[in-house]
Design a protein around this ligand. Structure first.
Ligand SMILES: CC(C)(COP(=O)(O)OP(=O)(O)OC[C@H]1O[C@@H](n2cnc3c(N)ncnc32)[C@H](O)[C@@H]1OP(=O)(O)O)[C@@H](O)C(=O)NCCC(=O)NCCS
Length: 220
């Protein structure tokens, strides 16, 4: 087999992008890049949802309310936008019926020879349990294994996070192991399951198409 052709430096395939829609439980799910003006929605939802989000997210130093205030957003947005422009991440907002509903982040993009990244996500508690995140991650996976040309997408999750484990299971992620004291979450170093899916495991037609075949989503 000939050696792979090196990719040009500075390439950021698949970014920026708008993905979807998919329809789940009567809701229209789309993805778009993060925006500077997302700050007030981001802060309002995250401050209200502290008890729902905090057990699963990296420990915030300086207090949840302050680290999730709208004043924090411009700095975070700028970092996200910079890393996306360098091709290192794809930071998406989930919109539900056109409104800010959460986040799906493709991070730590490593191009040749690994062609690998991780996926992280959260959704507004008011939208939970309706299939929104599963649909959003399906759209992102199709994008990652399509225009972004990744080979592997990983996810790490605390074993106690049943909803997130269920999302990964519905999408067909494989559990590969247990990472001891992997991440400082909610004030302590927590074990995490390591999940992954590779390009060889993309279902026929893609992840969104499989959700539709399974009756979990529709295109309209
Ligand atoms: C994890 C999270 C993103 C899931 O979002 P969501 O939009 O509710 O996900 P979906 O509706 O697509 O799927 C959730 C699945 O979990 C299941 N579930 C929810 N709570 C559960 C529980 N306690 N035990 C078992 N299954 C559970 C739901 O039934 C659903 O599965 P189903 O469609 O087969 O019924 C959301 O709960 C969240 O934002 N949590 C806080 C942040 C977080 O945990 N982020 C991920 C870190 S790894």
């Amino acid at each position: 087999m000939p050696p792979p052709v090196p990719e040009p430096a500075g390439l950021r395939p698949g970014w920026p992008a708008r993905l979807g829609p998919l329809r789940v439980a009567g809701l229209e799910v789309r993805l778009r890049p993060v925006r500077l003006r997302d700050g007030s929605d981001w802060a309002r939802i995250r401050r209200r949802d502290e008890t729902y989000l905090r057990p699963w997210e990296p420990t915030t130093h300086g207090g949840w309310a302050r680290r999730n205030s709208s004043a924090e957003w411009p700095g975070r947005w700028w970092l996200l936008r910079s890393s996306a422009r360098r091709g290192q991440s794809l930071p998406f907002v989930i919109t539900v019926d056109g409104a800010f509903g959460g986040h799906v982040m493709i991070g730590n993009v490593v191009r040749e020879p690994l062609l690998s990244a991780y996926v992280g996500y959260w959704v507004d508690s008011g939208l939970a349990g309706r299939g929104v995140t599963t649909a959003a991650v399906a759209l992102v996976l199709d994008h990652c294994f399509g225009p972004v040309r990744l080979h592997r997408v990983e996810a790490t999750v605390r074993p106690e996070n049943a909803a997130s484990v269920a999302v990964l299971g519905k999408l067909g992620f494989r559990r590969e192991g247990l990472l001891r004291r992997y991440l400082d979450v909610d004030g302590a170093w927590r074990d995490h399951y390591s999940f992954a899916v590779t390009a060889e495991e993309v279902p026929p037609g893609g992840f969104a198409a499989r959700l539709i075949r399974d009756g979990r989503a529709s295109r309209t």
